[in-house]
Design a binder for this molecule. Structure first.
Ligand SMILES: [Zn+2]
Length: 123
């Protein structure tokens, strides 16, 4: 599956991540087919200096949620062990990292392997 995301949504995610910095930001990704269109803020999100997490079991099932996005206050886009456990539920997972410019993100599948994420700018 080849995933894509709107450039405007990337910019929005980076703005939110800057607002949260140095805390982590975490949200779900909603898609129309394989195009990521929207982020979904999660009620009860726990954010701290070191990690962001939520109880995915407590979430209602949204059929169009395809993954997660969270920020790292460091310059690393590598998933932690905890990240990998969260990723296992979804096919596409983004990590955005400091300093949150447009190309400061990495994308992984449910096994933690890198996946390519195309950028859509025409809207
Ligand atoms: Zn992480």
């Amino acid at each position: 599956m080849r995933w894509s995301i709107d450039r405007e949504l990337i910019e929005y995610i980076m703005e939110i991540s800057k607002d949260y910095y140095p805390k982590e930001f975490l949200a779900l990704l909603r898609a129309d087919k394989n195009a990521i269109k929207e982020i979904l803020f999660v009620p009860g999100l726990k954010s701290s200096d070191s990690r962001a997490s939520f109880d995915t079991l407590a979430l209602p099932h949204y059929f169009d949620v395809v993954g997660t996005v969270h920020s790292h206050p460091s310059e690393s886009g590598e998933p932690s062990h905890q990240d990998l456990m969260m990723f296992s539920r979804y096919p596409v997972n983004m990590i955005v990292f400091y300093p949150f410019s447009e190309d400061c993100f990495k994308t992984y599948d449910n096994k933690g392997d890198p996946v390519e994420l195309g950028m859509l700018s025409d809207r």
